[in-house]
Write a protein that binds this ligand. Structure first.
Ligand SMILES: NC(=O)c1ccc[n+]([C@@H]2O[C@H](COP(=O)([O-])OP(=O)(O)OC[C@H]3O[C@@H](n4cnc5c(N)ncnc54)[C@H](O)[C@@H]3O)[C@@H](O)[C@H]2O)c1
Length: 413
């Protein structure tokens, strides 16, 4: 797994860029302090500190009380310092789905950069805890709202993310998923039209379906089964893109379309059946890792901080065509499982477990319509945004393993 990154790869101390008049640079340690937050485990009258990294002053603290199987949250002592921007540079930014996995990282970044952020979320798959460290901050607002209903607010930019993204969640209520994709996008485009806000939608590589072209360029029209179990999501996103360009052509709305490929990172829902979280959690719990099919199907994975860089660049650059944001490195699922197993063992040893259990790899039947190959052609993002991923899969998996390790200790998974 050569492209997963080697042991001597460079340490990443800063994410973001200063391009297109939008300085999105943030220290990695500050971001990390928001998801590797201080946590404690209380057993009897003994309290052990699971802090590791993280910053004691920022973010919420949680104490898991083993005896009563309860969790005690402590709200922030101090907010992390945010940039002081002049009024002319400070933007009012709406993030729909801002309490979800990707949304919460985007919110962290936009808040640290000094903007005014409003999160709109119905908490279907997201959780208030992902952004609770910002509640009460004068630049932050959180609204419980379902995007299938109209919403009015004055904003400069809209990042429209609201939509369940993992198969068990989007298939749970397929009709609602289609409604969210269609009506939610219609409402947010209507808002962008009224307020003249710039609008960015997070579309997906699923619009390419089970692709006959490899890797997938943005010009490829896709190969989607319109009545299969994934259609509510795939076709929902396709029509959301159609609407987006309809509003651009008809009403001059300033639009951006990101086609996101598989992304992973801390705060990803541990139970949503996505391959990276499945593997890490199974390995951390000492259970055998499940590979569907023979494991020869390939995937490419990008780390969430790289995706956020790409979304911010796309929003603030001039590229209005759909733009793939994803990793161009492709692994077979079996190779990936083996790499995750090694990384989890390494993290466990660093956390003081002398002889972590070596878990096995078992195979199960492939689900219906599971794409065989998926890899982004990112030439457009490289040319027009000068974007390319800087996190290796190995670095990302390590970061995510540390996050899940703490969640397990705290009794949250
Ligand atoms: N994570 C990935 O690998 C990936 C890949 C491709 C595309 N995307 C896209 O990125 C976006 C975010 O994905 P994610 O992985 O963070 O998923 P997620 O499920 O963690 O987040 C989605 C958020 O939207 C909210 N939401 C869902 N329906 C809503 C509704 N009707 N009204 C208001 N809020 C609603 C959820 O509560 C959640 O907070 C989605 O649009 C998804 O399609 C993600």
């Amino acid at each position: 797994m050569a492209s997963a990154g080697s042991a001597n790869e460079k340490t990443i101390t800063e994410v973001g860029t200063d391009r297109f008049g939008f300085d999105s640079r943030v220290k990695t340690d500050v971001l990390r302090s928001l998801y590797l937050t201080p946590a404690f485990v209380k057993e009897g009258d003994k309290e052990s500190d699971m802090t590791g990294q993280g910053h004691k002053d920022y973010g919420t603290e949680s104490t898991f009380i083993k005896e009563t199987n309860s969790i005690q949250y402590t709200t922030v002592a101090k907010f992390p310092p945010v940039k002081l921007l002049p009024n002319s540079e400070r933007k009012r930014i709406l993030v729909t789905g801002g309490a979800g996995f990707v949304g919460s990282h985007l919110v962290d970044r936009l808040m640290l950069l000094g903007h005014e952020v409003t999160v709109l979320d119905n908490f279907f798959t997201g959780s208030r805890t992902t952004v609770s460290h910002w509640v009460g901050h004068p630049n932050f607002e959180m609204v419980r709202h379902d995007v299938v209903n109209p919403f009015l607010i004055e904003v400069d930019q809209i990042y429209h993310l609201a939509c369940p993204a993992s198969p068990p969640h989007y298939q749970y209520n397929a009709v609602k998923t289609i409604k969210t994709s269609f009506m939610g996008t219609l409402n947010m485009l209507g808002l962008a039209k009224r307020t003249k806000a710039r609008f960015l939608i997070t579309s997906t590589s699923e619009v390419y379906g089970d692709p006959e072209e490899h890797p997938q360029r943005e010009e490829y029209w896709g190969h989607v089964n319109c009545i299969g179990p994934r259609a509510c999501y795939d076709e929902g996103k396709r029509v959301a893109e159609t609407l987006t360009y309809g509003y651009q052509r008809q009403d001059g709305v300033d639009v951006r379309v990101a086609r996101i490929f598989n992304t992973f990172g801390p705060r990803m829902n541990p139970y949503d059946g996505r391959v990276v979280s499945n593997f890490i959690i199974q390995a951390l719990k000492g259970e055998d890792m499940t590979v569907y099919g023979d494991g020869s199907q390939t995937r490419s994975f990008q780390f969430v901080h790289d995706l956020i860089d790409g979304l911010i660049l796309l929003m603030n650059g001039d590229e209005t065509r759909p733009t793939n944001i994803g990793s161009a490195h492709e692994f077979t699922i079996l190779e990936f499982a083996e790499a995750v197993r090694d990384i989890v063992e390494k993290v466990q040893k660093e956390e003081g477990i002398a002889n972590p259990k070596r878990v096995g790899i078992i195979h199960k039947d492939l689900p219906q319509d599971d794409p065989q190959r998926r890899r982004a052609d990112t030439a457009r993002a490289q040319e027009s945004l000068q974007w390319q991923p800087q996190w290796s899969v190995r670095q990302g998996v390590e970061e995510m393993t540390r996050y899940y390790y703490r969640q397990l200790l705290e009794g949250k998974i």
